[in-house]
Design a protein around this ligand. Structure first.
Ligand SMILES: Nc1ncnc2c1ncn2[C@@H]1O[C@H](COP(=O)(O)OP(=O)(O)OP(=O)(O)O)[C@@H](O)[C@H]1O
Ligand SMILES: [Mg+2]
Length: 403
């Protein structure tokens, strides 16, 4: 390693940002999705040849946890704000409103916003949407009134994160109001962001919404783009990884955005420890060791989610035991794995898919969260509960000729 690569100035520890909704230092591998989002925002601002607003399809961005849905939504919000576009981004988190429609209305149109509108004498009858308003800004507004107040001011991009957490009542109000406003020509675009459970959430609130929306599925980064998630931020710090280090990083993180940030943070620590600006094999190996400990905590959380989700943990254990930890399994193999210990295979498949354990892509079925099944299998020791153990044993028996 050349001495020019060594430095006593540490790389900032916060360069990489593992965590829910943390803006990554470099948004890797999402060019196709970014283009769809930008095109929709531009369409929303534009007018057709007869001067009418053109209203793009609502967008549904969905995928297993940790693949960067929030990061992409934040990027779009920043992009529209930075470009000084006429499009107004509004972002809320459905987890903050529970089953309370008033809370959803307050998130969409907070009190200062309502007051400003009322001071200006705004009436909610635009776009053929007949609504009378409460006399005061601090009185309860309905979801429809709150939503209608947005496109009346500017073309509005309403981003609802964690939208799978919407409960049917408020969700139905939101989708119905959006439908009426958009039919009346309101420049309003909903971007619904959530885990694969979002499909059920939308279907139970308003049957057609899932079908009519433009769907953007978000899985892991591909092998060509994943390295840039580490390499580009390091480059900005005048720091580099050699080929061996990058190989270790890619093997460990498997294109999963959350793991890339987690690994990146540990890599920076290892580089700073070695006072190096050039990560080589020993540095990456040291980072991997610390990364494994972080992963353990993460998997523990995911396992307890599976445990509370209709028996999906034993089925995941069976699958993991059978097919070499879930990478590249065929649908048939996964279904066969479940048959011995599962009454309702279709239902189980759906639950595994909705919880993000299984992720179906054009390439076939893959693990939504890589190595989770590996971890599930390793955790199926004597201390695991009976159902979990049974799933694992059934899977193993099947795999090794017991069936
Ligand atoms: N394209 C990307 N390139 C690099 N890092 C990314 C990318 N997308 C997301 N990340 C990082 O991955 C982590 C998870 O991202 P994010 O929270 O957006 O995922 P999510 O899909 O919204 O997860 P959840 O379903 O739990 O809300 C964050 O640390 C984020 O910085
Ligand atoms: Mg998120």
């Amino acid at each position: 390693m050349g001495s020019h690569q060594e430095s006593r100035v540490p790389i900032p520890r916060a360069l990489f940002r593992p965590g829910e909704g943390a803006r990554p230092p470099f948004l890797a591998g999402r060019a196709a999705e970014q283009k769809i989002l930008v095109d929709a925002a531009e369409e929303l601002e534009g007018k057709d040849t007869r001067g009418r607003t053109s209203i793009p399809q609502n967008i549904i961005l969905y995928g297993p946890r940790g693949n960067g849905k929030t990061a992409l939504a934040l990027w779009l919000q920043d992009f529209t704000a930075d470009q000084h576009r006429s499009c107004m981004p509004v972002r809320i988190n459905a987890g903050d409103c529970g089953d309370d429609s008033d809370a959803l209305a307050r998130l969409l149109a907070p009190e200062p916003w309502r007051k400003r509108l009322m001071d200006r004498g705004w009436s909610a009858s635009a776009f053929g949407f007949r609504l009378s308003l409460p006399a005061r800004a601090d009185e309860g507004w309905t979801v429809a009134q709150a939503l209608a107040s947005l496109p009346a001011q500017a073309p509005s991009l309403v981003i609802i994160d964690e939208a799978h957490m919407l409960v049917p009542g408020p969700c139905r109000q939101l989708l119905n109001a959006s439908h009426e406003l958009r039919s009346g020509g309101a420049p309003l675009l909903l971007l619904l962001v959530g885990t694969p459970e979002l499909e059920d959430t939308l279907r139970s609130a308003k049957a057609s919404h899932w079908e009519r929306g433009r769907k953007i599925p978000l899985g892991r980064l591909d092998a060509a783009s994943a390295p840039s998630a580490l390499v580009e931020p390091l480059k900005m710090q005048d720091a580099f990884m050699n080929r061996d280090a990058l190989e270790i990083a890619m093997r460990e993180t498997l294109g999963y955005p959350f793991f890339l940030q987690l690994f990146g943070r540990r890599l920076v620590e290892a580089m700073n420890h070695a006072q190096a600006r050039h990560a080589d094999k020993p540095i990456a190996a040291r980072a991997a060791k610390a990364f494994h400990m972080d992963q353990g905590d993460f998997y523990k959380g995911r396992r307890s989610e599976l445990r509370s989700n209709g028996g999906t943990l034993p089925a995941a254990a069976a699958w993991g035991a059978i097919n070499g930890f879930g990478e590249g399994a065929s649908c048939d193999l996964v279904l066969a794995a479940m048959v011995p210990h599962c009454d309702d295979v279709d239902g189980m498949w759906r639950r595994l898919q909705r919880s993000g354990v299984l992720w179906e892509t054009a390439r076939g079925v893959e693990a939504g969260i890589p190595s989770l099944l590996d971890n599930v299998v390793r955790s199926a020791g004597p201390a695991a509960d009976a159902a979990y153990q049974a799933g694992f044993s059934a899977g193993r028996a099947w795999a090794f000729g017991g069936r």
